[in-house]
Structures are given as structure tokens and as C-alpha cells.
Design a protein around this ligand. Sequence first.
Ligand SMILES: *Cc1c(COP(=O)(O)O)cnc(C)c1O
Length: 424
Amino acid sequence: MSNQNLASRDAAVIWHPFTQHQIEPISIPIASGKGAHLFDTDGKKYIDAISSWWVNTHGHGHPYLAEKVYEQALQLEQVIFAGFTHEPAVQLSERLLAHLPANFERVFFSDNGSTAVEVAIKMALQFYHNQGNTKRRKILAFQDAYHGDTFGAMSLGAPSSFNAPFQDMLFEVEFLPSPQDTDACIAAMSAADESYAAFIFEPLIQGAGGMKMYEASTLDTLIQIAREKGILCIADEIMTGFGRTGKWFAMDYLAQKPDIVCFSKGLTGGMMAMGLTLCSEQIFQSFLSDDRRKMMFHSHSFTANPLACAAANASLDLMEKEETWESIARVESRHHEFAATITEHPILKNVRIHGTILAMEVETGEADGYLHSIRDDIYQYFLKEGILMRPLGNTIYILAPYCIEDEDLAYIYGKITAFAQGLI
Ligand SMILES: *Cc1c(COP(=O)(O)O)cnc(C)c1O
């Protein structure tokens, strides 16, 4: 089946996410994937420089992940998770908790990143509600934050073109300044009163907001102040988790540990959809009562789906291998070598690296932002060159599977400089 055939059938029936169909009516039909490569139905190869929207950590078509999911499918594909449990879920929870700071003791399952965030917010608000505290109803988040696309998660995102049609329907969230502005953030946090239940943040890197990086020391101070005020701290590690930043989790760079953490994306190696929200024993205990009204009223049909748990366990097997960490370190050092060659570049600005993530802005004089006019030019240029790279406005970034080969990285770097050269 050719590209054209499948693309036109798609265009007749499918509504794609984050897509303006009038401007971009045609989607590229992908037939298969292997390692860092995707192949369309005509056999054209694309290097997946963004891990298919940040989920794929170990490469496409990984035989070990596929085998483990297949084995699980033959054993048990799905079971209700209220009143029932299964080995893959328990094993995943035990193994994951062993990699986290000691204050984390409970794992709650959901379906994706946004739902993991919804659960975190419900945990924080109900933690206080269950104790009869009616004052703590507000949430703190950062400017430029992104926490997902469901209504609660949208409320936590900084006002932007993403949420504009719904802005008046969202619940009230107080936005701290950008975490890059340490002093202003600390001042704002210091002024927070007893009406706040929680502070949610993307630790060290604000992803969808433009791969904005900030200092661990800033976050440490903010968490410390929040803690003193009884504000629960929620780390949204949906993008940063599972080796992305060069350590298991971004919070591993922090001295102060959060009370709640959200995972999804890299959790299953990009194999299956799943979200997790982990919390301290203190938070879990606040839901214990003879009164059923104090329990967590949250569930999805596929909560703790055994296939997703099996994928996550298999991905953990790979994460625990020395060679995965060697790949992560290798990708980071390749990024640094490339960054050193463009320090004086007239157009590629603000080059920054954290672990396997490399980001920079293409400066054309226009204000930065998601709807920047250069975005489509960048996207199309790289696609034509066989690279899947989805810029955030004029922000170019690489966030590739850890197994990406040096040769592919060198090819992407070369195309970044060639694209910029074309603008000079
Ligand atoms: C992607 C993302 C989400 C939302 O996850 P979905 O699975 O897309 O719902 C939330 N927070 C962060 C930091 C993300 O990167």
C-alpha cells in the first residue's frame, strides 16, 4: 500500500491531535519502526529525533519489550483493578519504589500523563479535605508550565493559545514567575498563604513551554519554602523521568524531595499507554477511614492494565542495564561536542543541554513562541531531510531514543546547521 493511498484514506476519516487540518491535511503513513528509525509506507526512512512525542526511550520495535508484552497477553491481558491485583502491577510498584527517594511509598495507576496529573491534584486537594481543612483549595504552578490537556491539567498550564477557548472554564491556579527568574519565584512563594494545597512543577525542564531549563537550587529553595507552609509538592516527571535528564529522575538532582510524583511517557519505554502517580505514606494514610467517602474516587477502565505493566517492567529491565546508561552518557557528550561548534552562531541561540535533551532557539527577530512563523519551515525542512523533529515554535530540540547512533546524531546536527545557514 502506497503512502498516497493510506494518506488519502486517513484524510477522509481521521481528526488528528494538535493539527490544523486546513493547513496540514496530509499525515505521513508509517509502516514500521526499528531503533531510532521510522519507515513510511513508501519505505522512506525518518530519524525519530523526538522519540515520537517523548515516549520512546529504547527505540522502536524493541524485540525484548515486544516479547514481554506478548507473553503477558497470553497470560492475562486485563482485569478490573478495584478489589483485584496481579503480579505485573505489584512487581512494577515494588521495583519503581526502590528507585525513588524513601518518602515515596504508594503507587496509583492511570492511563496517561494528563490523568496522572489529575490524580495528583485530587490526592493533594482531598488530602486536606479528608482532614476537614476547607481553606486549602488553590494550586501553585509556574509560568510556561504544561501538565496535559484534560481540564484539570489545562488549568495547571500557563494561559496560552492551547487553552484559550476554555480559559474561563478552568479552575483558579496562581502562576509563579518563570523558574529561570529565581528571586521573583522565591519572593512569590514566600508570599503564598494558607489557601494553597499544592505546588506542581516540571522539575528542571519545562517541556512543552519551550524546553526551558532552570537550576535545581531554585527548585530546592521553592520546595523547602512550600513544605514549611504545608503546601504539597508535586513533581510532574512525565517528560523528565526514566533517564531523560541523565539520571533516573530529574528529582535525583534535588536535595528536597517532592511529596507526589507523576510518570508516563518513558514509563513503558513508549510501548503502551500508562500513567502513575506516586505519593508518601502520609498522603495515603489521609484517605484511610471507616467512611468510604474518604477514599480515592478515581479510576479508568484500563487502570493498571497488565500489558502496560509488563511493558513497564520490561522497560525497567533495560533501564537497569549498564549499556542503557552508557548510551545516555554518549548522547549527552555528542550534544556537548555539537554545542561547542555553534557557540558563536548568528542564528542558533541559547543552546542548552540537560542529559539527552538538546535545545536551542532559531532567532529571526520575531518574538519566541509556539505559533512562531518559522515553525512550519523548520518542520517541513527536517521531514524532507528524513528527520522527525517537531519544533516548539522557533525552539528546535532533540529528544531521541537512547539507542540513537552517533551517525544519526551527526546527520541531525549537520541538518540543523544547514537549515540555519539557509536563513543567513
Ligand atoms: C506530555 C506531558 C503531559 C501530558 O501527558 P499525556 O500523556 O500527553 O496526557 C503532562 N506533563 C508533562 C510534563 C508532559 O510532558
